[in-house]
Design a protein around this ligand. Structure first.
Ligand code: GDP
Length: 199
């Protein structure tokens, strides 16, 4: 898919402020520092669309972008950042959960996992929330370049096992090397053209 234009639309701190444009939407979700901003920038051919390496602030928002005037991209807040006080950290998940439960135009969730980390209970809980809603998920393994090729297979197996899926279901990406770009953009186009499966 050719990226003709991509622009920031709005930042929404609560569901009532999510934009009501009805465009097919693609969400990116993962723990803080998973490489979400870098991946979105890589896919959109931009270095600076989403600020990378930034520490999460105290205000958690869903950031919306519009691609080619036809596709919506939702950047969900990175969860699990240890240095954010617990009281504020607790606020992230309700926002993410209500997004997943209420967003009728959501076509696909890119669920990001760092190749060096094995998902924990919270990630499993979030993933099962998404699959219970029958929203298609792409299990996206980030930063593949951080692990030598000979060790990647073991990491994929460990991640797959912890999420109770087949290792073949994982998509390997690297924002640094551009790995997975064509495949992920292909999925966005395919799911933007299709209908969301009914409940
Ligand atoms: P976010 O918090 O999930 O948005 O993560 P960022 O995109 O800000 O990335 C966190 C850190 O990981 C930054 O220092 C990035 O430069 C680095 N990073 C992200 N993606 C990659 C990747 O594919 N390869 C490598 N080597 N580093 C990456």
């Amino acid at each position: 898919m050719k990226i003709r234009d991509v622009h920031f639309l709005t930042s929404s701190p609560r569901p009532s402020l999510f934009p009501d444009h009805g465009l097919p939407e693609f969400a990116f979700l993962g723990r803080s520092n998973v490489g979400k901003s870098s991946l979105i920038n890589m896919l959109m051919n931009r270095h600076d669309l989403v600020k990378t390496g930034s520490r999460p602030g105290m205000t958690q928002t869903v950031n919306f972008f519009v691609l080619n005037d036809a596709i919506s991209i939702a950047d969900l807040p990175g969860y699990g950042y240890a240095k954010v006080p617990m009281e504020i950290r607790k606020g992230f998940l309700p926002l993410i959960k209500s997004y997943i439960q209420k967003r009728g135009n959501l076509r696909l969730v890119f669920f990001l996992v760092d190749i060096r980390r094995t998902p924990d209970d919270r990630e499993r809980e979030l993933l099962s929330l998404i699959t219970r809603q029958r929203i298609p998920v792409v299990l996206t393994v980030t930063k593949s370049d951080k692990v030598p090729p000979g060790r990647r297979r073991d990491r994929l197996r460990a991640i797959a096992e912890s999420l109770d899926v087949d290792a073949g279901a994982l998509f390997l990406t690297s924002a640094l090397k551009g790995t997975g770009k064509r495949e992920l953009l292909g999925l966005i186009r395919e799911f933007a053209d299709g209908e969301r499966p009914g409940p």
